[in-house]
Design a protein around this ligand. Structure first.
Ligand code: WT7
Length: 654
């Protein structure tokens, strides 16, 4: 984050207490904090019993004896899909709409809990027929269509493990994820709508499986884009054919609470994405509990909308599992916010009378730029709670969000969490917390957060440090798929001592004199671009995989629209220097990264340079490159092998 925006976060003095009216009707009561404080583990056990249906009740809550590998509710059994579907129908809420889905071209479907349950049962029978059993991995590579949710729940219903890969990722990225998890089946679509066009998905799956060595036996294809697809007989099956003829009955069996639910890949500090593993009972407890308390969900009357793609953790926890476990009615939208017109989101809020809206600061900032006339043209009076996630929200954007989208009255919950934490960890609770723009504020009840100095001792407020989670929490990751050592090393090695385990999140944070937490961004080589996590090393590897590149260094540079933007510095191979102009090389390499990883990783700029700044031990000094990319005065260059390198780079770029 730039120094400017940190300053504005730290010197924010506006306060917004909840209205008496909101507090009176709020789901979360202040006693939640007291209960969790008195008995943290017992608090989660109460939430698990209150919010979920257990096929077999648990008697043990937390087993931390194999730390950092946790077990929650280990002797209990549940079926995640049953919790999200059948039980709502059995409770008489089958006619409640689960999903108001809106396609980008304007087609729409409203699906009730009864209909969604029926569809998932059929899909579960199809998957079982294709040999999917408990523990098998299934890759899901889909647009935001109801079938993506159906697929995830059908997999969960069988006790199998989904690995959803964001539809914007390349064939190459999909392949590495399929291979890492040895997926048996891929569920995809012919295409999906984005910015007025159909983007192909099936072709990317074909590419990912092309080498023929894959563990994938079948590909189930949802028809959405109506675009031409190639077909591999015997391997490829149409979803509508299979689901259409499937048996409608399927009884949900209970699985152990620790049965793995999904793997979701995320970027770390090394080149290879990590398969973050989540399990069932603890995860579902925390996402249901936070979805209810943080968003003040009244399932009978609220219409909730989280704009995340199901391919990210926000989509898993706050589109699929949290809302459906709570029997919420939600909006799902396939396309981009500005298609076919820049008021599309506000039109949807008006159309479905959305009352709880959850999105990312990057989107809010881009709407701010377009001007308030656009949202002002729609009736947004149904809104009563606003949420923010993915990166720090600057106070100006916070105030705009509240004034323009929330009529100057809606509470904003700024929710801090990660793919690894599974569910929200730090957030205000509406109706209780006096809000502070730009601060995620306080850990949710039952979560213990500390801000530590480099030496591992707690910092005295007001002060900055590194954010750790000091006690295990129910939705915590259970590991990195296939790599227990990397799990320990990445998250637990920095601050744990003896049998005291502290989870290091990779974020810097500041505690103010009220004890409120202000998040300051990543402290490792992970970038945050539009709320999406990207690894500098992964993009560097993509760059050097191109034959014209000799060396590459990537930094995240502050960007007004996207928070951070990818900026790359490359040295071309000597035989290539004259073969193309700097502009040609830059265009070529931007496209190459998009093709290797996905469009979200495409660098904003690629600078061709003659040298990279290195320390005497050969480490690239990204900090200096970041200074250049952000147009700042250079920091200390004395540790460089050759201190003139930076001068040459800056002169050239001017
Ligand atoms: C990283 C996690 C959690 C879902 C979306 C991103 C940053 C997330 C906030 C927030 C400041 C935030 C952190 C975190 N982050 N939410 N409210 N305020 N920073 O999930 O891709 O796993 O990324 O996003 O840096 O470590 P993710």
């Amino acid at each position: 984050m730039s120094t400017n925006s940190i300053d504005s976060l730290l010197h924010e003095s506006r306060r917004f207490p909840p209205t008496a009216e909101f507090t009176a009707g709020a789901i979360a009561k202040p006693e939640l904090y007291d209960e969790a404080k008195a008995d943290r583990v017992g608090f989660w056990a109460d939430q698990a019993r209150e919010l979920l249906h257990w096929h077999k009740p648990f008697t043990q809550t937390l087993d931390w004896s194999s730390a950092p590998f946790a077990q929650w509710f280990a002797d209990g059994e549940l079926n995640v899909a049953y919790n999200c579907l059948d039980r709502h129908v059995e409770a008489g809420n089958g006619d409640r709409v689960a999903i108001h889905w809106e396609g980008e071209p304007g087609d729409s479907r409203s699906i009730t809990y009864a209909e969604l349950t029926a569809e998932v049962k059929r899909a579960a029978n199809v998957l079982a027929g294709l040999g999917i059993r408990q523990g098998d991995r299934v890759a899901v590579y889909m647009p935001v269509v109801p079938e993506a949710v159906v697929a995830m729940l059908a997999i969960a219903r069988l006790g199998a493990v989904h690995s959803v890969v964001f539809g914007g990722f390349s064939s190459e990225s999909l392949r590495s994820r399929i291979d890492d998890a040895s997926a048996k089946l891929v569920i995809t679509a012919d295409g999906g709508w984005r910015k007025g066009k159909v983007f192909p998905l099936k072709a990317a799956v074909d590419g990912a499986l092309a080498n023929g060595t894959s563990t994938v036996e079948h590909v189930l294809v949802v028809k959405r884009g109506e675009n031409e697809v190639e077909w591999t007989e015997g391997r490829d099956l149409w979803w509508h054919d299979e689901v259409g003829k499937a048996e409608p009955e399927h009884e949900a069996q209970g699985f152990e609470a620790e049965n793995p639910l999904f793997i979701l890949y995320t970027s770390g500090t090394t080149g290879k994405p990590k398969g973050i593993l989540h399990s069932s009972g603890g995860y579902l407890t925390q996402v249901a509990s936070t979805h209810r308390n943080v968003f003040d969900l009244h399932p009978e009357t609220d219409v909730y909308w989280c704009t995340a793609d199901v391919g990210w953790i926000t989509g898993h926890s706050y589109v699929v599992y949290g809302p459906l476990a709570n029997g919420a009615t939600q909006v799902m939208y396939e396309g981009t916010p500005d298609t076919p017109h820049p008021g599309r989101w506000w039109e949807l809020i008006q159309k479905y009378k959305v009352s709880i809206f959850y999105t990312a600061p990057t989107a809010i900032r881009s709407f701010m730029k377009l001007g308030r006339e656009i949202p002002d043209a729609f009736d947004l009076s149904s809104i009563r709670v606003l949420g923010s996630v993915g990166e720090p929200i600057n106070p100006e954007a916070w105030i705009w969000y509240r004034d323009v989208i929330g009529a100057g009255t809606a509470p904003i919950v700024d929710t801090w969490w990660q793919t690894e934490t599974g569910g929200i960890m730090i957030s205000a609770l509406p109706g209780i917390t006096t809000l502070k723009p730009g601060s995620a504020q306080v850990p949710i009840p039952g979560v213990k957060i500390d801000i530590l100095g480099e030496d591992g001792t707690r910092v005295d407020p007001p002060q900055g440090g590194l954010l750790v989670v000091s006690e295990p929490w129910p939705a915590m990751l259970r590991g990195i798929w296939g790599d227990p050592e990397r799990f320990k090393e990445t998250y637990w090695s920095r601050f744990s001592k003896g049998d005291v385990w502290k989870y290091f999140a990779g974020d810097g944070a500041h505690v103010d004199s009220d004890g409120d937490i202000v998040l300051l961004g990543r402290v490792d080589d992970v970038m945050n671009v539009s709320g999406h996590r990207l690894s500098t090393q992964e993009i560097e590897s993509a760059l050097v995989s191109h034959p014209i590149v000799a060396e590459a260094a990537v930094v995240g540079a502050a960007d007004e629209a996207t928070g951070q933007a990818v900026v790359a510095f490359v040295i071309l191979r000597s035989d290539q220097e004259k073969a193309q102009t700097v502009e040609e090389a830059s265009t070529l390499l931007r496209a190459h990264v998009a093709q290797q990883i996905g469009a979200i990783a495409r660098p904003r700029q690629v600078f061709v340079v003659a040298e990279l700044p290195k320390t005497r031990s050969g480490k690239i000094m990204r900090r200096l490159l970041q200074d250049v990319a952000e147009g700042r005065e250079l920091g200390d260059t004395t540790t460089l092998t050759d201190s003139s390198v930076m001068q040459i780079i800056t002169d050239k770029l001017k």
